[in-house]
Design a binder for this molecule. Structure first.
Ligand code: DTR
Length: 337
């Protein structure tokens, strides 16, 4: 053993006995609070735990992330402003819950046939990077991802458009527009409020990605699934700007280096988890599929949604046509991978 090592061993031994540390005071640990709105088993929280683990590992413990699932620090509606105001350092937002606030990124939830969550997550991130929307000016973006395409989960079977007429179904944002176009009675609320609304009968089903059949046990109450694969919900993980500015450069580098990886990881996790949840629910629920003719019939009322979004975006000074063109081009680019 080298002389210096012997010296540190001796110091350590003294420290063990005396209870003091021989190691010079380490650089101060950064401790970050990360808020999330849905319950811990759901995918936004699974990706949060993965990010925490990776960040703590890749910064050799210099960063500690304290996670708060289930709305224990901030709930869905307060998430964006709560992070801007510093009530949490990091938060996870579902952009569909504030449709007017995230116009550019919410364009990914137009009925443009994003095929899966991994493709959609990379499309969303590229779109964000290209347009740098003003809505995110007051935060640092750490990841962006989307759900798998939405399907109908309901207490009664939905096989025809006529079955949807006046049916109370829960959806938000772009998905809400689609339910309305199909004639359903769309009810808006965050996913975190949906289990209770289903229990109490306030809604008779929902329109979302299917992993919640397992994660939130909706298979126990919604006995029918109608496969429409229509639209995704976009999410972002954001950090308070002041917190970001104060981080050491090497920590910033680690977090920047994880943006694309975390976004793709979450999309992939979501896609796999939806398959698992369908397999898991299959013996408890009936899965209704639409014939190609019926799918065409269901798609027809959706066409004006994109047209009117482009018109409104153009009127508000955004390049609406270009944004939709970009999304279509990005879908092709990422789906081909
Ligand atoms: N589809 C959106 C987002 C969503 C999908 N799965 C979960 C799980 C937990 C929270 C949100 C979501 C929605 O229906 O709200």
């Amino acid at each position: 053993m080298k002389k210096t090592s012997l010296f540190f061993c001796a110091l350590a031994a003294i420290a063990l006995v005396s209870g003091t540390s021989p190691v010079p005071a380490q650089a101060k640990k950064v401790s970050l609070n990360y808020a999330n709105f849905p319950p811990a088993p759901t995918f936004p929280c699974v990706q949060m735990e993965r990010w925490k683990t990776e960040i703590e590992k890749r910064t050799d413990g210099a960063v500690q992330v304290n996670t708060f699932p289930g709305g224990t620090l901030l709930d869905a509606k307060d998430m964006m402003d709560g992070v801007i105001n510093g009530q949490a350092d990091i938060g996870c937002i579902c952009m569909a819950y504030q449709p007017g606030r995230f116009t550019v990124t919410n364009a990914t939830s137009l009925p443009l046939d994003i095929p899966d969550a991994k493709t959609g997550s990379l499309v969303l991130l590229d779109l964000y990077n290209k347009y740098q929307p003003e809505a995110f000016n007051k935060v640092k973006v750490l990841a962006m991802f989307v759900t798998a395409p939405a399907n109908i989960m309901s207490k009664a079977p939905v096989a025809e458009l006529s079955d949807l007429k006046g049916l109370d179904l829960r959806a938000s944002g772009g998905a809400a527009q689609i339910l309305k176009a199909w004639g359903a009675n769309q009810v808006g609320m965050p996913m975190s409020d949906t289990p209770e609304a289903l229990q109490k009968g306030v809604v008779k089903g929902l329109f979302s990605s299917l992993e919640v059949m397992k994660d939130l046990k909706f298979a126990e109450i919604c006995k029918y699934i109608t496969i429409t694969d229509t639209v995704i919900y976009p999410f972002a993980v954001i950090m308070n700007k002041g917190t970001w500015d104060k981080l050491p450069d090497d920590v910033k580098q680690v977090m920047d280096g994880m943006i694309e990886e975390q976004s793709a990881w979450t999309g992939e996790y979501m896609d796999q988890h939806v398959s698992d949840a369908i397999a898991w629910s299959k013996h408890q629920v009936e899965v209704i599929t639409l014939s190609p003719e019926k799918k065409a019939e269901w798609n027809a009322p959706l066409v004006p949604i994109t047209e009117s979004w482009i018109k409104q975006a153009n009127e508000s000074g955004l390049p609406g046509d270009q944004i939709v063109k970009d999304i279509k081009m990005l879908i092709e680019k990422h789906a081909a991978k």
